[in-house]
Design a protein around this ligand. Structure first.
Ligand code: MG
Ligand code: MG
Length: 384
């Protein structure tokens, strides 16, 4: 089996919150008719410049055509040389590798007639507990609207949320008090996510204030990016486990070695492959640390890849963040990934277990940045 063709399909999908997000789908074909699809998910994050996708398509073809797709570790190594680690939460390199990695896994598993988790060593679980996100609140009015959306999400079966906090404490308090008053016993709060926007001391003061209102399972990104000492200062004082996004394998080691976190937040969009995510799961296992699976808000293809990762992860002791297919109001698949009672079900079909509908790919084709130069909107995922 040899890769014969690499194609990229830029698309735009709307979200229920009114913003639109870019993604690039990856299609790999072999000369003997095997196909795999992957997804570079949610490219609508800073930096402001976007991927020159025709150029990227040519470069990926130069790298991949003629190679055996089943040689997954060799290809991962080559992709890592071509698209190096970037130490940034919205790494473009990570997204490129993520899309190709998923397409390779989909292609190889389909050719073998097995689900992707079989390629990862088998299945430890058939569903993952997930939470629904509430993005940063800039106003009390937004907080009230978010409580209305929470009632809708509760009706859809979500009973766990994560909340981006710190942008406007008054709005945070209104939202969290609403959660406590209107949803007690129905909705739990997985995490308060400070998004690396505040120093650890400010995060600590707000955590103490907010946890007087609602109990939370964990806190995330409670210091500026790269501030390992700030995270460790917070963690020494905290009865809540501290989670942080992992940029790359060595970063995972640094976070654990320095006592900066309890939980590694692992995500293929950032780390670039399911295989490196599993190596970080092993690192967490060795350190007796915890793991959760993060998100940038993937479509069904990207979410399915995370579900297969979760199926095969030996350590996975906190709920995952994969709710993308419930945020977007359009997708490119014949049927989306399935959610049931607050769980994401691991697809059972061959490959990623998701069938791409090429008519929908054509319908959603396009590129475009929806946030202008309003960087708070880009970060908070709110309409400008
Ligand atoms: Mg986060
Ligand atoms: Mg995102």
């Amino acid at each position: 089996m040899k890769i014969d063709r690499v194609r990229l399909f830029p698309i735009i999908t709307p979200r229920e919150t009114g913003v639109t997000n870019q993604h690039i789908l990856v299609r790999l074909d072999t000369a003997d008719g095997a196909t795999g699809w992957g997804e570079m998910s949610d490219l609508s994050h800073l930096p402001l410049h976007q991927i020159d996708w025709p150029a990227l398509e040519r470069q990926l073809a130069a790298l991949l055509v003629g190679q055996d797709p089943a040689n997954l570790l060799r290809l991962e190594d080559q992709l890592l040389r071509a698209f190096p680690e970037e130490s940034y939460k919205y790494s473009r390199s990570g997204a490129v590798r993520q899309g190709v990695d998923a397409a390779l896994l989909d292609l190889v598993a389909r050719a073998q007639g097995v689900p992707v988790h079989q390629l990862l060593g088998g299945q430890l679980r058939d569903k993952l507990k997930v939470c629904y996100p509430f993005f940063a609140l800039r106003s009390v009015e937004q907080a009230r609207q978010s409580l209305v959306r929470l009632a809708e999400k509760r009706a859809e079966g979500f009973d766990l949320i994560r909340v981006y906090v710190g942008a406007n404490p008054e709005a945070d308090v209104v939202f969290l008090q609403g959660v406590a008053d209107q949803f007690a016993g129905q909705v739990a709060v997985k995490s308060l996510d400070f998004s690396n926007a505040l120093d650890w001391r400010r995060c600590w003061a707000l955590t103490e204030r907010y946890t007087d209102i609602v109990e939370v399972m964990l806190v995330e990104s409670v210091a500026p990016a790269h501030d390992l000492d700030g995270l460790a200062e917070f963690r020494r004082r905290s009865r809540w486990p501290v989670s942080e996004h992992v940029f790359h394998l060595f970063h995972g080691w640094q976070l654990l070695r320095r006592g900066s976190v309890d939980i590694l937040n692992l995500s293929p969009y950032l780390l670039g492959s399911l295989s490196v995510c599993l190596r970080l799961v092993a690192l967490a296992e060795a350190a007796r640390a915890s793991v959760l699976l993060g998100t940038t808000q993937e479509l069904s293809l990207g979410t399915a890849a995370i579900a297969h990762l979760g199926a095969a992860a030996r350590v996975l002791d906190y709920p995952s963040d994969s709710a993308g297919p419930r945020l977007y109001t359009a997708d490119v698949t014949r049927a989306p990934v399935q959610y049931e009672a607050g769980y994401l079900k691991v697809p059972t079909g061959p490959g990623l277990g998701i069938e791409v509908d090429e008519a929908l790919v054509a319908q959603l084709a396009g590129t475009g940045w929806s946030f202008g130069t309003n960087f708070a909107a880009a970060r908070d995922r709110t309409p400008t």
